[in-house]
Design a protein around this ligand. Structure first.
Ligand code: ARG
Length: 464
């Protein structure tokens, strides 16, 4: 088939010359949008079924279309389908093959439809399935984190602000912070899904169609929760893809923060954890090295997904209504976002379970940096001092302790009393790391009892 034939086949006799090979390559999307084939066939089957029900095509044509599309699905599945660049995209490839298989019935499939509403439908159908897969992966990751949090509810590490030792926290509590983040990511995905799950078909090229289509019937067949209610909007906006990518970028940001912590914790200066060998690699020059490649890559791939978000937002911003070919550029960023996020979540659900916790190193670090200074202030408040005064008194005590090279808990009672007479023998219980932890019994606090209550809540929420 010559290039000229390609043009006359795809559209019309209007064209007097073929596109150049470069233009053909430049405009074609079949190299990447072929992955929409399943959605494309599903959408076509639903459209054809409705056309037949509305008597817009005959039962025989409908049967031929179903037979042809099933054959095509089998061929694609088996790797037998011949994708042609000259046929531009997944839609024209499948339609041309259908016509080759079943003749005129294949040509009737496109009645009342345009590739503009077809592609919007395909992307929505495909993305809906991917959102469901991502939801399942987010569940698995949350479960994995809860499983590691449980045995570590009593393990103490320094909590940081400004990466300076702040107050002791439970390692289980620390992990549950990420469970909260991923739970919100799952909520966001579920919310995005509602707006993804609306049917564009019926919008045709941009204005709707003069055929009496039954859009509700197609929506019901495809499991869409509603119809896009404006034909111009239906074919042109990709905000559903943008908001999905925004939710994905945010989820990657959460993974990236966790990655950053794992990398820090695994470094010799912290030594809080170890990662299983299967997530690390060595160095070709330094024999002693074990590098946390997986979290580092996750941190790096976060930049890539954030970049996809920027690409999609920018893709949209200058487009007049309705469909423009610009929109073909939505696919690669969207596909890569889905692939990157799914791989990352899958690998993290495994990696988290392989974290080797080093409680002694964590606790040793918590003993440095006067992590219980706030507890001494709280102790004085309980003895009747206003908090601001207590804060100032403790600052003096910390200054003294730093001079002595001792922790607050290591100062003798007499030395502590010299800062305020209300300090008594019970002060040491308050200054201990465990005492500090146990004192934080507020809901959402780091006291192990609270951490266990949260674990129980998450388990119930994540069950099933
Ligand atoms: N491949 C196109 C896309 O991804 C399909 C729609 C093309 N429509 C058109 N009128 N050129 O957006």
């Amino acid at each position: 088939m010559s290039q000229f034939d390609r043009k006359t086949e795809a559209w019309s006799a209007l064209f007097s010359e073929p596109v150049s090979e470069l233009v053909q390559r430049y405009t074609a999307s079949v190299g990447f949008d072929r992955r929409l084939w399943r959605a494309d066939i599903e959408g076509s089957l639903a459209h054809a079924e409705m056309l037949a029900a509305q008597r817009l095509i005959t039962a025989e044509d409908h049967a031929a279309i179903v037979r042809g599309l099933r054959q095509i699905a089998e061929d694609i599945e088996a790797g037998r389908f011949e994708w042609k660049l000259a046929l531009e995209d997944v839609h024209l490839n499948i339609e041309a093959r259908l016509t080759a298989l079943v003749g005129d019935a294949g040509k009737r499939l496109h009645t009342g439809r345009s590739r503009n509403d077809q592609v919007a439908t395909d992307v929505r159908l495909w993305l809906r399935g991917e959102i469901d897969a991502i939801g399942a992966l987010l569940l698995a990751l949350q479960r994995a984190l809860v499983e590691v949090a449980e045995p570590n509810a009593e393990v103490i590490l320094p909590g940081f602000t400004h990466l300076q030792v702040a107050q002791p926290v439970s390692f289980g509590h620390h992990l549950l912070a990420y469970v909260e983040m991923f739970a919100r990511d799952a909520e966001r995905m579920a919310d995005v899904r509602k707006r993804v799950n609306r049917l564009p078909l019926g919008a045709a090229a941009l204005a709707g169609t003069s055929y009496p289509l039954d859009r509700d019937r197609v929506a019901a067949t495809l499991g869409f929760e509603g119809l896009c209610q404006n034909s111009l909007d239906a074919v042109s906006d990709r905000d559903f893809a943008i908001e999905f990518t925004a939710a994905a970028a945010l989820c990657m940001v959460h993974v990236s923060r966790l990655s950053e912590e794992l990398i820090l914790w695994m470094s010799q200066s912290f030594g809080f954890i170890d990662l299983a060998d299967r997530y690390c690699t060595g160095s070709s020059i330094m024999p002693q090295k074990r590098n946390p490649d997986v979290p580092e890559l996750a941190r790096g791939k976060t930049g890539r997904v954030v970049g996809h978000l920027m690409a999609l937002v920018t893709l949209m911003k200058g487009q007049p209504l309705a469909y423009n070919k610009d929109n073909q550029e939505d696919k690669e960023p969207l596909f890569d976002t889905v692939d990157t996020l799914k791989d990352t979540l899958r690998i993290f659900a495994e990696l988290v379970g392989g974290i080797v916790v080093k409680p002694e190193a964590m606790e040793r670090a918590a003993r440095k940096g006067y992590a219980t200074a706030t507890d001494l202030a709280d102790y004085l408040v309980k003895k009747g001092l206003p908090f601001r005064d207590a804060h100032e008194i403790v600052a003096h005590a910390v200054k003294h302790a730093i001079g002595q090279g001792l922790d607050l808990a290591e100062l003798p009672l007499d030395a502590l009393r010299s800062f305020h007479p209300s300090i008594e023998a019970d002060v040491h219980a308050a200054l201990s790391l465990r005492g500090s932890l146990d004192a934080r019994q507020v809901v959402g606090g780091t006291a192990p009892a609270q951490v266990r209550a949260q674990i129980a809540r998450h388990r119930a929420r994540l069950a099933g």
